[in-house]
Every structure is written in C-alpha cells, then in structure tokens.
Design a protein around this ligand. Structure first.
Ligand SMILES: [Zn+2]
Length: 83
C-alpha cells in the first residue's frame, strides 16, 4: 500500500499534525485525502515516497525564520529584500 504525505494548505490553521505534515497509508483505489482527518482543514498531497521515512515537508518561510534563518528574496533590480 503506498504511503502518501499530506500537509495543511494553510499551516496557520492546521492542527499540530497537518501543520508539520503527516503520512498516511491509503489504498490506491481511494480518492486523495482532501481534509485533515483530525482538524478538517484542507490538506494537499506531497510527492509520495514508498516505504521511506523521509521528511518531505517543504521548508516554509515561517519555519525558516523560526529556525533562525534570514530569508532574502531577490528583486528585479538586483537588490535583496529581507522578508
Ligand atoms: Zn489537522
């Protein structure tokens, strides 16, 4: 049975599970999960991996900031804006 990874579409609203992303084993025949089974917030499917407990959640600006990173976004004029 394939394992799918899901994460909240809006991490600000999700519960602790879907905010960080969670894995779910689900038969192929079942439709993709659209809502978190715990908090009912919309979730989106991440690229699935088979039997690999890797963390697939993308690094968000919020997470990066919490981790102490400074996010710089390059602007058209070549300067960087601090987010
Ligand atoms: Zn949730």
């Amino acid at each position: 049975m394939p394992t799918y990874s899901y994460i909240a579409e809006d991490p600000e609203k999700g519960c602790p599970s879907c905010r960080r992303g969670f894995d779910l084993r689900r038969p192929m025949s079942r439709p993709a999960l659209a809502h978190c089974p715990l908090c009912r917030q919309p979730v989106k499917k991440l690229v699935s991996t088979f039997n690999t407990p890797v963390i697939t959640r993308p690094l968000s600006v919020t997470d990066a900031k919490k981790a102490g990173f400074t996010i710089l976004e390059k602007r058209c004029d070549g300067s960087y804006e601090r987010l």
